[in-house]
Design a protein around this ligand. Sequence first.
Ligand SMILES: [Zn+2]
Length: 101
Amino acid sequence: MISLPSFYFMPPNHRRCLSCRKVAPKEEFLRVVRLYPSHEISIDTGMGRSAYLCPNPNCVQAAQKKGRLSRALKATVPSEIYQHLLQQKQGEVQATQPELY
Ligand SMILES: [Zn+2]
Protein backbone atom coordinates (compact mmCIF):
# COMPACT_ATOMS: atom_id res chain seq x y z
CA MET A 1 0.00 0.00 0.00
CA ILE A 2 1.51 3.27 -1.13
CA SER A 3 0.27 6.34 0.68
CA LEU A 4 0.05 9.33 -1.60
CA PRO A 5 0.35 12.87 -0.34
CA SER A 6 -3.13 14.21 0.33
CA PHE A 7 -3.04 16.66 -2.58
CA TYR A 8 -3.26 13.78 -5.03
CA PHE A 9 -6.56 12.78 -3.56
CA MET A 10 -9.49 14.39 -5.33
CA PRO A 11 -12.90 12.86 -4.72
CA PRO A 12 -15.62 13.35 -7.34
CA ASN A 13 -17.14 16.83 -7.45
CA HIS A 14 -14.44 18.24 -5.25
CA ARG A 15 -12.28 21.20 -6.08
CA ARG A 16 -9.19 22.79 -4.63
CA CYS A 17 -8.86 26.31 -3.32
CA LEU A 18 -6.30 28.28 -5.29
CA SER A 19 -4.92 29.84 -2.13
CA CYS A 20 -4.84 27.33 0.69
CA ARG A 21 -5.14 24.19 -1.48
CA LYS A 22 -7.95 22.88 0.65
CA VAL A 23 -10.04 20.26 -1.11
CA ALA A 24 -13.80 20.37 -0.55
CA PRO A 25 -17.05 19.78 -2.44
CA LYS A 26 -17.28 22.41 -5.13
CA GLU A 27 -20.46 23.88 -3.60
CA GLU A 28 -18.36 25.13 -0.70
CA PHE A 29 -16.20 27.30 -2.89
CA LEU A 30 -16.59 30.56 -4.66
CA ARG A 31 -16.36 29.86 -8.37
CA VAL A 32 -14.77 32.40 -10.65
CA VAL A 33 -15.30 31.86 -14.34
CA ARG A 34 -13.62 33.25 -17.40
CA LEU A 35 -16.58 33.18 -19.71
CA TYR A 36 -16.36 31.58 -23.07
CA PRO A 37 -16.04 33.11 -25.60
CA SER A 38 -16.13 36.69 -24.27
CA HIS A 39 -13.28 36.17 -21.75
CA GLU A 40 -15.16 38.28 -19.24
CA ILE A 41 -14.75 37.32 -15.62
CA SER A 42 -17.87 36.18 -13.85
CA ILE A 43 -18.63 34.87 -10.40
CA ASP A 44 -20.47 31.62 -9.96
CA THR A 45 -22.31 31.55 -13.26
CA GLY A 46 -21.45 30.83 -16.83
CA MET A 47 -19.42 28.43 -18.86
CA GLY A 48 -15.71 28.58 -19.33
CA ARG A 49 -12.44 28.14 -17.51
CA SER A 50 -13.09 28.26 -13.80
CA ALA A 51 -11.14 28.56 -10.59
CA TYR A 52 -12.19 28.04 -7.01
CA LEU A 53 -11.57 29.87 -3.77
CA CYS A 54 -12.79 29.39 -0.20
CA PRO A 55 -15.47 31.91 0.79
CA ASN A 56 -12.86 33.25 3.15
CA PRO A 57 -11.34 36.74 2.94
CA ASN A 58 -7.87 35.38 3.63
CA CYS A 59 -7.99 33.11 0.61
CA VAL A 60 -9.45 35.79 -1.64
CA GLN A 61 -6.85 38.35 -0.59
CA ALA A 62 -4.00 35.88 -0.92
CA ALA A 63 -5.18 34.99 -4.42
CA GLN A 64 -5.28 38.67 -5.33
CA LYS A 65 -1.90 39.45 -3.84
CA LYS A 66 -0.17 36.59 -5.59
CA GLY A 67 -2.10 36.94 -8.82
CA ARG A 68 -3.17 33.33 -8.56
CA LEU A 69 -6.62 33.88 -9.92
CA SER A 70 -5.37 35.74 -12.97
CA ARG A 71 -2.84 33.00 -13.61
CA ALA A 72 -5.34 30.20 -13.18
CA LEU A 73 -7.83 31.86 -15.50
CA LYS A 74 -5.20 33.20 -17.91
CA ALA A 75 -6.99 36.53 -17.76
CA THR A 76 -6.77 39.79 -15.89
CA VAL A 77 -9.12 39.74 -12.94
CA PRO A 78 -10.46 43.23 -12.22
CA SER A 79 -10.30 44.40 -8.63
CA GLU A 80 -14.10 44.70 -8.59
CA ILE A 81 -14.24 40.95 -8.89
CA TYR A 82 -12.15 40.60 -5.77
CA GLN A 83 -14.39 43.10 -4.01
CA HIS A 84 -17.40 40.99 -4.92
CA LEU A 85 -15.70 37.84 -3.77
CA LEU A 86 -14.85 39.44 -0.45
CA GLN A 87 -18.46 40.46 0.01
CA GLN A 88 -19.85 37.07 -0.91
CA LYS A 89 -20.90 34.81 1.88
CA GLN A 90 -18.80 36.70 4.36
CA GLY A 91 -19.54 35.71 7.90
CA GLU A 92 -22.27 33.48 6.67
CA VAL A 93 -21.62 29.82 7.21
CA GLN A 94 -23.81 27.71 5.04
CA ALA A 95 -24.95 24.36 6.25
CA THR A 96 -24.03 22.03 3.44
CA GLN A 97 -26.09 19.02 2.74
CA PRO A 98 -24.29 15.74 3.03
CA GLU A 99 -23.63 14.36 -0.41
CA LEU A 100 -24.24 10.75 -1.25
CA TYR A 101 -21.95 9.04 -3.66
ZN1 LIG B 1 -8.76 28.52 0.71
